[in-house]
Write a protein that binds this ligand. Structure first.
Ligand code: ADP
Length: 249
């Protein structure tokens, strides 16, 4: 065996860094800063996250669970690069979010993060196809290619026959699947969803979960939830209480 081969064999295997991670993040909110307090430094603060660390790899579907007020949405907003922590690090697809300007974060979200909200956030005046295609406008994709890609995604989520329907003509479950198709249209490395089944009945919620689960084979997926069905189907559950991780597994 040559020296170079034995050196190669003795080296530890390369471990891929997590696609999505935060380390020791703290996020505080100021309460009543515009009220009786002489300056914002006198106003009481609430520590929504206290030294939270989470790592999620491509291929993982992770649920963030915990009672109301435990910090789930705050953590999700940090992981989606919608917000930045007071201290600690957040990394998305190899980029340190805390080092970016607002514009840099917008670009990171456009290129690497799909976001799904509980209340869908679809544009009511646009058909399903146009809602799904919308993020591709910012990517400079031609109209024809946008249409083809949107139709492909809608087909995948079982809505190939609803492409011309506006959100008001779709059920809650259908609207949520349009929102998932929109979040995935630019093929992001990360999918972040805040209570995606919160407004849906059990059966419809399970269908939405089927799509979320399928898509996790190619990306890191993180879902904040109260829903036991989501928790059962996740690969891992990060449980928060009072802004701290109390269990991760
Ligand atoms: P969850 O999503 O688990 O319900 P949140 O992340 O929304 O929890 O909230 C965590 C804590 O931070 C709660 O005490 C909440 O009241 C507080 N909080 C959240 N957002 C704000 C805000 N914008 N201003 C002040 N306090 C906030």
């Amino acid at each position: 065996m040559s020296d170079s081969v034995s050196e190669y064999r003795l080296s530890p295997p390369d471990e891929a860094p997590p696609t999505l991670s935060c380390r020791d993040v703290v996020r505080e909110y100021t309460r009543g800063s515009n009220s009786v307090f002489a300056s914002s430094s006198d106003a009481p603060t609430v520590r929504a996250l206290d030294s939270v660390s989470v790592s999620i790899s491509t291929g993982e579907f992770v649920a963030i669970a915990g009672p109301s007020g435990s910090g789930k949405s705050t953590l999700l907003h940090l992981l989606a690069a919608l917000d930045t922590p007071d201290s600690g690090d957040v990394s998305v697809a190899g980029t340190d979010v805390t080092s970016l300007s607002n514009r840099g974060r917008t670009r990171l979200r456009r290129d690497s993060i799909g976001i799904v909200f509980q209340h869908f956030h679809l544009l009511p005046s646009l058909a399903a196809r146009s809602n799904v295609a919308l993020p591709l406008v910012e990517h400079g994709v031609s109209k024809r290619a946008r249409r083809e890609r949107a139709d492909e995604l809608l087909e995948q989520v079982g809505l190939g026959d609803r492409t011309d329907h506006k959100p008001g003509e779709l059920s809650g479950g259908e609207q949520q699947r349009v929102a998932i198709a929109r979040a995935l249209v630019a093929d992001p490395a990360v999918l972040v969803a805040d209570e995606p089944t919160g407004e849906l009945d059990t059966e419809t919620g399970q269908r939405v979960l089927d799509y979320v689960e399928q898509t996790a084979t190619e990306r890191a997926v993180v879902v904040a939830t109260h829903d036991e069905h989501v928790i059962e189907r996740a690969d891992r559950v990060v449980r928060l209480r009072d802004g701290r991780v109390v269990n991760d597994g």
